[in-house]
Design a protein around this ligand. Structure first.
Ligand code: PGA
Length: 251
């Protein structure tokens, strides 16, 4: 399986011109890679610009999905619209959306919509703080409630990104330790056993996200037991992001 490197642009950049610049700089590197699939998740308004420019080496993702599939819902953007623009992956349950009130129940509904529409789900989970005796249960609940009522088979289109909230948006040295990511990965796979069954619990790709940079990338792959990375602020700096891609390719 190829390594997955996901660029989460969040609410950036401020202009289409800048978005095009970042995209084309990254594309130059991404299209040359054999062992890495790059997935760019820009804000909705830039998706149309990039849909046709993607391929199996560089895919387009959305940062969220509406609960409204069709009908009169002012301001909403439907799953069909995203698909028509070439979106293949959708991030769900990012902590910055959970902070706006998104519950596991809402996330579960979104995952159901995406899987029904044959889109790949990137489910973000992660604890706010490492409170002993609490945070592992919190993670397990995000998994169990997120996948509630979904047939096991459908979960083959799911990717899980472990994003400890306390480590998001910082310098690379503040990222989680790779051995903690490794242990969390084992715990996530154990928690998946009941909802996904043995095979998928073992095979669902696990990503790490939170303050990833070109310097800590290698350690996460070598020591963190992960299959990919979700990159936030460093994905807006093409020189840095391309370095991350090249490090991943070289491993
Ligand atoms: P960061 O963001 O790389 O800026 O920490 C990661 C994320 O929130 O997805």
């Amino acid at each position: 399986m190829k390594k997955l490197i996901i660029a989460n642009w969040k609410n950036h950049p401020n202009s289409l011109r800048e978005a095009k610049r970042i995209f084309s700089e990254v594309k130059k590197t991404a299209v040359k890679l054999k062992k890495v699939e790059t997935i760019i998740c820009p804000p909705y308004v830039y998706l149309a610009e990039f849909g046709r420019a993607t391929s199996d080496k560089m895919r387009l993702g959305s940062q969220d999905i509406s609960l409204q599939e069709k009908g009169s819902h002012t301001g909403e953007i439907s799953v069909a619209m995203l698909k028509s623009l070439g979106v293949k992956y959708v991030i769900v349950g990012h902590s910055e959306r959970r902070a706006l009130g998104e519950t596991n129940e809402i996330i579960n509904q979104k995952i159901k919509i995406l899987l029904k529409n044959n889109l790949k789900v990137i489910l973000c989970i992660g604890e706010t703080e490492r409170i002993p005796g609490e945070y592992l249960q919190f993670i397990k609940q995000e998994i169990i409630e997120g996948f509630k009522g979904i047939p096991r088979k459908a979960l083959k289109n799911v990717i899980i990104a472990y994003e400890p909230i306390w480590a998001i948006g910082k310098k690379g040295s503040y990222a989680a330790a790779p051995e903690d990511v490794l242990q969390m990965g084992i715990y996530i796979r154990k928690s998946l056993l009941d909802v996904a069954g043995k095979d998928l619990a073992h095979n669902i790709p696990l990503l790490y996200g939170a303050s990833v940079d070109s310097k800590n990338t290698e350690k996460f792959f070598r020591e963190g037991g992960i299959q990919g990375l979700l990159v936030g602020h460093q994905s807006l700096v093409p020189k840095e992001f391309n370095k991350i891609l090249k490090v991943a390719e070289g491993l």
